[in-house]
Design a protein around this ligand. Structure first.
Ligand code: SMG
Ligand code: MG
Length: 386
């Protein structure tokens, strides 16, 4: 178990909210990333910068990253919508709450339905500032002790098996310890078979369908059992928990949920129904790092393995994810690849790198990154005070 803050008001020092700025930045991906729901080529990312004022009057800055994509294709949220709900609803509610810390800010936003990625980004910025103000690393805050975490890479759908194998070989050469293949009907069995042949029996391999299959695809997906996969991630639509339970009974490979898991209680239900044999935990999808830790703790208590998902984060989100993934229940490698897997240049001064297939867990005060302010300013497309 971690020291995860619960829903109860914490004894942590509280702060007054100073300036808040929303920043939109434009970053090109080093290569297109194709999933069953679309192709990403350029990111339009929403960042949150907050200033917290301590009881002694000291002002500390913190940053959060909203993981909403430009379009509502992965989940209902999208970047313009996240910006709107922050400006019109979430930030005013947090300001109205008076003295706050990260958990208090999250409580102040709780009466609004949905929008976990927008809420999570605000919580994240406040948590970063709060930890910096008290000189605490996120790892110490969580009670996480592992110094490194294994690094997995997510590989997009390729038009041909040959091009897929070239890409996967490149990641093997980089040292990634686990390969995840995006799949969809028509780009699945043959692709998985070829990659398994290339990487051999010992390299962990898993697949992610991003909801591309239907309940009737059980027999087809059971053909993946021949390739010794760690898991099949989110084969069915996010609301189809019963369908995932049926599939879990039909297919030997463990079923892992991503899009379906948006809260601790929903995760508990999915597990109880037999729909979730492994959990992908993404802080943005569940409303922030504090809820992510609660889901981790739940999964540990019921013996469900977890791993940390990714949303193509910059060095802000990736640093915090690396810390989260160092909690003891994260027993499978996460989508915590090097910054260079997606970006030629990152917005932090010490981007995530991999050594011997592992990422070093950051231990500096705050969530574990420092902003490269001049690069950030160069790629800023809008800055809005809130
Ligand atoms: O951040 O390394 C990463 C990408 C991991 O595959 C990844 N994310 O469904 O798990 C997922 C996807 C969501 C984003 S696809 C644009
Ligand atoms: Mg996924």
């Amino acid at each position: 178990m971690s020291n995860a803050p619960s829903n109860a008001p914490s004894n942590a020092p509280t702060f007054t909210l100073g300036a808040i700025e929303l920043r939109r930045i434009a970053l090109a991906l080093v290569a297109p990333f194709r999933t069953s729901f679309g192709v990403e080529t350029d990111r339009d990312i929403l960042l949150v910068r907050v200033e917290l004022i301590g009881s002694d009057g000291a002002v500390t800055e913190g940053w959060g990253e909203c993981v909403a994509l430009a379009e509502p294709t992965y989940s209902p949220e999208y970047v313009d919508g996240a910006q709107h709900v922050m400006l019109s609803h979430l930030i005013p509610a947090v300001r109205n709450a008076g003295q706050i810390d990260a958990a208090g800010a999250t409580r102040a936003m709780a009466h609004f339905h949905g929008h976990p990625m927008a809420k999570g980004a605000i919580e994240m910025a406040i948590l970063d500032a709060q930890l910096r103000a008290t000189g605490t690393s996120f790892a110490d805050f969580l009670g996480a002790t592992r110094l490194t975490v294994p690094s997995g890479v997510s590989v997009g759908i390729h038009d041909t098996v040959d091009s897929l194998l070239t890409t996967v070989q490149g990641y093997m050469d980089d040292g990634y310890v686990r390969i995840k293949l995006k799949i969809e009907p028509g780009s699945d069995i043959e692709h998985v078979a070829a990659v398994r042949e290339l990487i051999g029996p010992d390299t962990p391999l898993q697949v992610d369908a991003n909801t591309a299959y239907r309940r009737t695809d059980g027999a087809h997906l059971a053909r993946l059992d021949a390739y010794d996969l760690l898991l099949i991630e989110q084969p069915l639509p996010e609301a189809d928990i019963i369908g995932h339970a049926q599939l879990a009974a039909e297919v030997e490979t463990p079923i892992c949920l991503d899009e379906s898991l948006v809260s601790t209680s929903g995760t508990a239900d999915a597990i109880a129904l037999g729909a979730c044999e492994i959990a992908n935990i993404k802080p943005g999808r569940v409303g922030g790092y504090l809820e992510a830790v609660r889901i981790h703790d739940l999964c540990v208590s019921v013996g469900i393995p977890v791993w940390c998902g990714g949303m193509l984060e910059t060095g802000i989100g990736r640093a915090a994810n690396a810390v989260l993934a160092s909690l003891p229940g994260f027993t499978l490698p996460g989508d915590i690849s090097a910054s260079t897997r997606f970006y030629a240049q990152d917005i932090v001064t010490d981007p995530i790198t991999i050594h011997d297939g592992h990422v070093t867990v950051p231990r500096s005060p705050g969530l574990g990154f420092d902003i490269d302010q001049s690069f950030l300013d160069r790629i800023t497309t809008a800055a809005i005070s809130a």
